[in-house]
Design a protein around this ligand. Structure first.
Ligand SMILES: Cc1cc2nc3c(=O)[nH]c(=O)nc-3n(C[C@H](O)[C@H](O)[C@H](O)COP(=O)(O)OP(=O)(O)OC[C@H]3O[C@@H](n4cnc5c(N)ncnc54)[C@H](O)[C@@H]3O)c2cc1C
Length: 300
């Protein structure tokens, strides 16, 4: 008898079904993933991509720090990339696998006296998510120092893409559809270790003063529109502190929505819609989500 694809996956790692994505996202809302797969290693990842039928949705997951998962969950396979942890220096470049925390990369670069990744000390995601989002802060972003990435296509074939092939812009990377970033390579300038570390400390301190880090959240909900700040516009529209269910537009930073315990994805989305409508009405500005929405949500 022919094996099902689920049985074949079990050879390459840990496959579970009905896994709560609220436990795998920093906002801590949303439903379940139909399947959740933790690959043993990179080869396993490559194999499973070729095994999972192409009509089954696949979602590479990092730290889930930029994801709003709908209450209905995700009908597909979530790929946990925790096995991809290698960091190495090759020909003067920093080469790291996608499952590394960005903060770990920032520390590594600093200890080698290299500048360009200091902002990563303040962004809670993994490198793969950072590349996919072109994460950035304090005037730095992934695309400034990125040299190339290695990806796996949905059918398991690998490819190397240079930064120039990725058309990276503010919080945007033009990745091939449904690909998985497995590693990234950075060109970093030299700088003395102590000043790089001091810059990271300053950034972290500034963050701790201005962001509501005590409650589950997903960082900035909206991208900043050209020449302005989403937080300023939402606050000026009178929505700071606005609450629906257990979700609240933060009183500390109006571009953050915090979960006071049992918020639903629907509550978060309703607040997002409220903010978009109020800012549009008052300032004629369209706020575009920075957070990635997984599944269907209804703003009314
Ligand atoms: C407190 C807080 C502060 C934040 N501050 C910032 C900030 O200053 N700047 C900033 O840019 N962001 C910030 N964020 C948002 C978030 O940390 C970044 O967007 C980060 O890059 C997301 O990484 P992740 O691993 O959590 O990605 P996830 O949330 O897991 O995934 C985000 C998207 O990337 C895709 N993805 C993830 N990994 C891969 C991969 N290996 N290959 C292909 N696609 C992949 C996912 O499918 C999803 O579509 C903040 C979030 C929080 C909670």
């Amino acid at each position: 008898m022919q094996k099902t694809w689920q049985a074949s996956l079990k050879i390459w790692g840990d496959l579970r079904s009905s896994v709560a994505l609220s436990k795998h996202t920093t906002l801590a809302v949303g439903g379940k993933a139909r399947w959740y797969f933790k690959a043993k290693d990179k080869e396993a990842l490559q194999q499973v991509l070729s095994i999972i039928p192409l009509n089954i949705h696949v979602l590479p997951l990092g730290r889930g720090s930029n994801l709003l998962v709908s209450d209905a969950g995700f009908d597909g396979v979530v790929l946990d990339l925790g096995c991809l942890q290698t960091i190495a220096w090759k020909n003067g470049r920093l080469l790291a696998e996608a499952g590394c925390r960005m903060s770990k990369l920032a520390q590594n670069a600093a200890s080698h006296g290299r500048t360009g990744l200091e902002f990563m000390a303040t962004v809670p995601g993994d490198l793969g998510g950072g590349v996919a989002m072109n994460a950035g802060a304090f005037g730095q972003q992934v695309s400034d120092a990125l040299y190339a990435i290695e990806i796996l296509h949905r059918d398991g074939k690998n490819e190397t893409l240079t930064r120039e092939q990725l058309s990276m812009q503010y919080r945007y990377t033009d990745l091939p559809k449904d690909c998985v970033v497995v590693s990234a390579c950075f060109d970093l300038s030299e700088k003395d270790v102590e000043s790089v570390r001091m810059r990271m400390r300053d950034m972290r301190h500034q963050r701790s003063q201005t962001q509501p880090l005590a409650w589950p959240n997903c960082g900035s909900v909206f991208k900043n529109p050209d020449g302005d700040y989403a937080a300023r516009l939402i606050e000026a529209a009178g929505l700071k502190g606005e609450q629906i269910g257990d979700a609240q537009i933060s009183e500390v930073h109006a571009n953050f929505i915090v979960n006071h315990g049992s918020a639903k994805a629907q509550d978060v989305f309703a607040l997002m819609t409220l903010a978009q409508q109020a800012v549009k009405q008052k300032f004629r500005v369209d706020l575009k989500p920075e957070v990635r929405i997984l599944g269907e949500l209804n703003g009314d």
